[in-house]
Each structure stands twice: as structure tokens, then as C-alpha cells.
Design a protein around this ligand. Structure first.
Ligand SMILES: Cc1cc2nc3c(=O)[nH]c(=O)nc-3n(C[C@H](O)[C@H](O)[C@H](O)COP(=O)(O)OP(=O)(O)OC[C@H]3O[C@@H](n4cnc5c(N)ncnc54)[C@H](O)[C@@H]3O)c2cc1C
Length: 458
């Protein structure tokens, strides 16, 4: 392990668990504000840092993906290290961390999803957006592969940007994604996709939907797909819309334009291969049916009589994009109802509402799955302010570096140099496709690349 150079006596050791945006913003703030009196270990269960910027953000959103470069810079700081392949609750425990660090910031995001709770949800062909997004983003621990060669109709349930990402990726032709970082196997599956109809199902109306207008409009700009909205689902002419927020007005205008254009033609579209993206507002899924896999989705009218079936859609693939959810970390308090770690200004609270000294939380694990990447910066800053304020109160007993424990337990781990080797192999593969990189998804290959030099050095 790369040891920190000559740490000052009395140096404060801080562990940040999770290398997504919130963990890295926390590490940056700690490094900046703590100066050379603080050493930060950013610990992740994966050998690849950057969390959902790498494994969530859609591959065709190249500008947002390029935030990786900014986040990279955190590891140029002399008092910040990356330790990969160390999962909290798997390889290391909260007690281990307490022993080796003066403070720990939990920033493990939201690794799970919310369920619909309807009959048929467990049929093959019914998936969470977490699974589908992990697949097209090449997450090494994602267990699913998606064969789209016999899937003609897909239902995407949800009215947020993740639903739009999923629908857009399914609507695009494989050649439009060739110059992104999607793994080769994903590109191949999209190349053989039989998808024709993509239904986006929203429980409420077009005004209440959480879509950001920019992402919504992107759907209307696709070469190979046409968007359908029924004007019957839009607000009627006599509704007072003067109190709407700007974003709501913009979304409504986008839907109205699409509804008005329903009879027009889409310039440049190849009609034979054209895909259809259809919005269904005021609908709640009530049942998925099929002999041994998803075939049909029943929808109820959320404005009509309770539970009355309204419509049945053909859907061989049903993807629920109704929210991510954090998982509890062993030994760390968790509010199961809210799906977050309870806190006060980032300080972790126990079941009695008392502060747990030395434990902090940031990001989606702290506030739930909301906001954009930048929201995690102010969120992490609040946590780091609390942490540094507490540590300034001192005094502190010495903490031994974590490498002593890892060596004693013979725990393999990876470092930032290991990520740089993965990065360079992916970039090289990207040259063959004319894109920034091609993701490596195989766990063994990632570890082989990440561990190569470290093994040689030991
Ligand atoms: C599909 C999708 C698309 C998105 N697109 C955009 C977008 O276009 N623009 C935008 O601004 N925002 C987007 N977001 C939101 C953005 O990704 C989040 O705001 C941000 O990633 C949350 O940061 P985080 O650090 O809290 O969590 P994460 O990014 O999830 O990072 C958590 C890290 O913790 C690690 N970890 C998890 N469990 C453990 C454990 N037990 N031990 C050790 N490490 C662990 C994970 O491997 C991961 O690296 C998107 C989100 C999703 C889900």
C-alpha cells in the first residue's frame, strides 16, 4: 500500500466509505480544510472509484460522464488515498474502522431500489432500473444480462429522469451508442434488439412528473423514435395553470407540442425501424401477467374508480424506475422507513437520537436519492464542517494505519494506481470504437489489472 509520506505526529485519520460524488466531495473538503493535519482514506467495495458517475449516469450523456476528470483530481491530493475492493460489512467492519480512524464518513449511496408491490412483479422480465442501468453501464457486480432480441414491447414505470434514461437507451439504435463507453456485450444486445414500443407509465399527470425539461426534450430529438402523448391526458383548456413553476410549464409545453404533432411525420426517421415512445399519464400498474415470464401489464386509472382496470399493455420487459433505496450498513444506525442513516448536520444519530461520536454520513445515504451530482457537494461540505468542528475539540488518541489490519488479516485490496491501469486499458479499447473508453465489466479482469503492480511489489 502506498503509505502517506511522513505523517505528522498527532495527525487525524479519516475514512470515507464510498467513492461516489458525495464521498469524493467530502474527501476534497477534508483535504482542503484539514490541510496536512488530516489524512483521508477513500474506501470502496469496487476497484473502480466514482460511484454512480461511472455506473449510473447514462453513457450517452458524455458531458456529465466527463465529470470523472474533475473527480479524479481529488486523488492528486497528497493527503487522499483510494483503497478499493474493501466493502464495509464484507471485508471490513464498522468496528475495524472505529479502531483505525478518528472519524468515519459513510457515503455508500443507494444500492437498491423500491418495489411496486404488485402481483407478477417477480416474473422473469420484470426488473428494477438499478439492474438495467447497472447492465448498460457495465457494473461488475450486476448479475443480469438482457437479451432484447425477442422483446418487442417494454414498459418503463416512473416519472423521473432515470425512467427517461432507460427509455432513451432502449429507443436508440446501437450505432448511436457505438462511441460511448457501453460494454461490447451491451452494444451487441442493443444491435439485436427487437424493441418497437416503449411505454412510459406515470402515476400522476404531466405537470407533476419529475422529468427535467432538457432530458425530456432529448426524447423528441431521437433519429429513430417518435414520441406519442395523448392530448386527453394533458390539462384541459379551462384549467388554471398560472401558478405552475417554470420547469412545470416547460415540461407541459413539451408534452403539448408532442400531442399536437401526433399526426405529423418525423423528419429523417427510417419508418421501417422506427421506435415508438408513448407516455401514459394517470396510470398505476396493478398486475403483471404471463405464463412463465412477463407478457402483459395491467394499468389502473389513478383518477378513476379505485382499482378499476383501464388498460392492458403488451410488455415482455417491465422496468420499474420508481426510486433508488439505500441499504443498511452493518453496525451503523439506519432509519428503515426513510431509507437513510439518521443524522444531525451529518453527525450520525443512534436510535435514541444521540450523536455517535466519530461517525458521519453524506450523500444519498444521508438525504435519500434526490438532487443532481452537484447537490452532493454542499451536502458533503455540511458533514465535513461538523466533523472538523468535532475533531478540533480534541484530544485524540493515536490511531494505527489501516494497512496494519489489512496485512494482519491478509485482505487483498486495490489502490488508485490499479484504477489507472483499468482506466488506461478501457481508454485503449475505446480507440477501436472511436469513443472515450469501453468499460471492462468482468470482475476477475478488473482485479487482475488493478492488482498487477501491487502483487509484484509485495
Ligand atoms: C441512473 C442514474 C442516472 C443519474 N444521472 C445523473 C445525471 O445525468 N446528472 C446528475 O447530476 N446526476 C445524476 N444522477 C444522480 C447522481 O448519480 C447522484 O446524485 C450521486 O451519484 C450520489 O452520490 P453518492 O456518492 O451519494 O452515491 P454513489 O454515487 O452511489 O456512490 C456510492 C459509492 O459507495 C460504494 N459502496 C456502496 N456500498 C459500499 C460498501 N458497503 N462498502 C464500501 N463501498 C460501498 C459504491 O461502490 C459507490 O462507489 C443519476 C443517478 C442515477 C441512479
Amino acid at each position: 500500500m502506498t503509505a502517506f509520506e511522513d505523517p505528522r505526529p498527532g495527525v487525524l485519520r479519516v475514512a470515507v466509505i464510498g467513492s461516489g460524488p458525495s464521498g469524493l466531495y467530502a474527501a476534497e473538503a477534508l483535504s482542503e480544510q484539514g490541510g496536512d493535519s488530516v489524512l483521508v482514506d477513500v474506501i470502496d467495495r469496487l476497484p473502480t472509484p466514482f460511484g454512480l458517475v461511472r455506473y449510473g449516469v447514462a453513457p450517452d450523456h458524455l458531458k456529465i460522464k466527463s465529470m470523472l476528470a474533475t473527480l479524479h483530481a481529488t486523488f492528486d491530493r497528497p493527503n487522499v488515498r483510494f483503497l478499493g475492493r474493501l466493502g464495509l460489512g464484507a471485508e471490513i467492519s464498522a468496528a475495524d474502522l472505529q479502531q483505525h480512524y478518528h472519524a468515519v464518513v459513510y457515503a455508500t449511496g443507494a444500492q437498491s431500489d423500491r418495489r411496486l408491490g404488485i402481483p407478477g412483479e417477480d416474473l422473469p422480465g420484470s426488473h428494477s432500473a438499478t439492474e438495467f442501468v447497472s447492465w448498460y453501464n457495465g457494473h461488475p457486480l450486476g448479475e443480469r444480462t438482457f437479451d432484447l432480441s425477442r422483446t418487442e414491447s417494454v414498459a418503463v414505470i416512473g416519472a423521473g429522469n432515470v425512467a427517461l434514461d432507460v427509455a432513451r437507451l432502449l429507443a436508440k439504435r446501437a450505432d448511436e451508442l457505438r462511441t460511448t463507453d457501453v460494454p461490447d456485450e451491451v452494444l451487441n444486445a442493443l444491435h439485436h434488439s427487437a424493441v418497437r414500443d416503449i411505454h412510459i407509465i406515470a402515476r400522476r399527470g404531466p405537470v407533476q412528473a419529475k422529468f427535467s425539461t432538457k432530458e425530456l426534450r432529448e426524447l423528441g430529438e431521437l433519429d429513430n423514435a417518435r414520441v406519442h402523448v395523448s392530448s386527453a391526458e394533458l390539462p384541459s383548456a379551462d384549467e388554471d395553470l398560472s401558478g405552475l413553476a417554470r420547469a412545470e410549464k416547460n415540461n407541459l409545453k413539451t408534452f403539448t407540442d408532442w400531442a399536437d404533432a401526433a399526426t405529423g411525420t418525423t423528419a429523417g426517421a427510417d419508418r421501417a425501424s422506427e421506435r415508438r415512445v408513448e407516455f401514459h399519464f394517470w396510470r398505476a400498474p396493478s398486475r403483471i401477467t404471463g405464463a412463465d415470464s412477463c407478457a402483459m401489464l395491467e394499468l389502473a386509472d389513478t383518477r378513476g374508480a379505485a382499482g378499476a382496470p383501464l388498460e392492458t399493455l403488451s410488455a415482455q420487459l417491465v422496468i420499474r424506475a420508481i426510486g433508488y433505496r439505500s441499504l443498511p450498513l452493518p453496525g451503523v444506525p439506519f432509519d428503515d422507513l426513510a431509507g437513510v442513516v439518521p443524522h444531525k448536520a451529518g453527525r450520525v444519530l443512534d436510535a435514541d437520537g444521540q450523536v455517535r461520536p466519530g461517525e458521519y454520513v453524506a450523500g444519498w445515504l444521508k438525504r435519500g436519492p434526490t438532487g443532481v451530482i452537484g447537490t452532493n457537494r454542499s451536502d458533503a461540505n455540511e458533514t465535513v464542517s461538523s466533523l472538523l468542528e468535532d475533531l478540533a475539540a480534541g484530544p485524540h488518541s493515536e490511531r494505527r494505519p489501516i494497512e496494519e489490519l489489512l496485512t494482519a488479516l491478509q485482505l487483498p485490496y486495490t489502490e488508485f494506481d490499479g484504477w489507472l491501469r483499468i482506466d488506461s486499458a478501457e481508454r485503449e479499447a475505446g480507440l477501436t470504437r472511436g469513443g472515450p473508453r469501453v468499460k471492462i465489466t468482468d470482475w476477475a479482469t478488473l482485479l487482475e489489472l488493478a492488482e498487477r503492480a501491487e502483487l509484484g511489489e509485495r
